[in-house]
Design a protein around this ligand. Structure first.
Ligand SMILES: CSC[C@H]1O[C@H](OP(=O)(O)O)[C@H](O)[C@@H]1O
Ligand SMILES: Nc1ncnc2[nH]cnc12
Length: 286
């Protein structure tokens, strides 16, 4: 299998990564099933990268239908150490305007129909998640936004909702009362699974709308989101490229050892099937 150092997950509006050289396509299965699409491997800014269209090329997969485990495990199989996620989000604060970028550092979970762990079926593990986003990758994104000349705010809380319908006004106002910054449908399970896979993860959240809370403004529609995304695709791509070129080669963050104290199950009690399924994650600890 081909290897890649940095993974990119492209969300709504980002189904390819322009500028890749030495491009190859890889399709493969994981112990958790098939990823959203083939991976597009190549070189960018002098680094080897693997691009995955989160919803598949042609946008065919609902947020609730995403096989998050397969997507993140596949990144691990490719040797990816850092994932740069790009996502469309609604703004929950006046100050986050459509076309701004936010780099969230916290999540609130409003999902209820998803699998968000590699553990289970005979093996129990609990990773720390107080700081769910890699601070190194966040800073790299922040600096890349400055370099490209776009607003990129480092920090903020991302509400992850189930969807696919957008929020009711009561929900949107509730999240605002909690002080949350942006809302989307995809990032939390990716962050959880990346942490369990000891992969650094951060999101460049592209604000596309004001959801439905803002008086005197139309409620969010897909048309609106897509129109802003088209405007933003260029900037998003430039930021990702700048971030990749500036990414430190060595990892000094805690993400790389997230499983060190996480596994509770007695080694002797872990079923062979679990060892096989999670070999790539657990190998160094068993
Ligand atoms: C197209 S609006 C709703 C859709 O957009 C976001 O997707 P992604 O995070 O993959 O960019 C949001 O999470 C919803 O899935
Ligand atoms: N308002 C919104 N709610 C949920 N996901 C979104 N993605 C883009 N805008 C969104």
């Amino acid at each position: 299998m081909q290897k890649a150092e940095i993974g990119i997950i492209g969300g709504s509006g980002l189904y390819a990564m322009p500028g890749l050289t030495n491009v190859r396509e890889e399709s493969f299965e994981t112990p958790f099933g098939a990823p959203s699409d083939a991976f597009i491997l190549g070189d960018l800014g002098g680094r080897s990268v693997a691009f995955l269209a989160r919803h598949g090329r042609g946008h065919r997969i609902l947020p609730s239908e995403l096989n998050f485990r397969a997507n993140i495990y596949a990144m691990k199989m490719l040797g990816v150490e850092r994932i740069l996620s790009v996502s469309a989000v609604g703004s929950l604060k006046e100050e986050h305007k459509p076309t701004d970028f936010v780099i969230p550092d916290q999540f609130i979970d409003r999902t209820f129909a998803r699998i968000g762990t590699f553990f289970g079926d005979g093996i129990v593990g609990h990773v720390a998640f107080g700081d769910p986003v890699c601070s190194t990758v966040r800073s790299v994104f922040e600096n890349a936004c400055a370099e490209v000349g776009v607003v990129g705010k480092n920090g903020g809380t991302y509400v992850c909702m189930e969807g696919p319908q957008f929020s009711t006004r009561a929900e949107s106002n509730l999240y605002r009362s909690w002080g949350a910054d942006v809302i989307g449908m995809t990032n939390l399970q990716e962050a959880k699974l990346a942490r369990e896979a000891e992969i650094c993860y951060a999101t460049l959240a592209m604000v596309t709308d004001y959801d439905c809370w803002r008086e005197g403004h139309d409620d969010v529609t897909v048309d609106q989101v897509v129109a802003v995304l088209h405007q933003n695709a260029d900037n998003g791509t430039k930021v990702v490229k700048a971030a990749i070129a500036a990414m430190p080669t060595e990892r000094k963050c805690a993400c790389a050892d997230a499983l060190k104290y996480a596994i509770l199950t007695d080694k002797k009690a872990i079923p062979e099937a679990a060892k096989e399924r999670l070999g790539l994650l657990l190998g160094k600890y068993l």
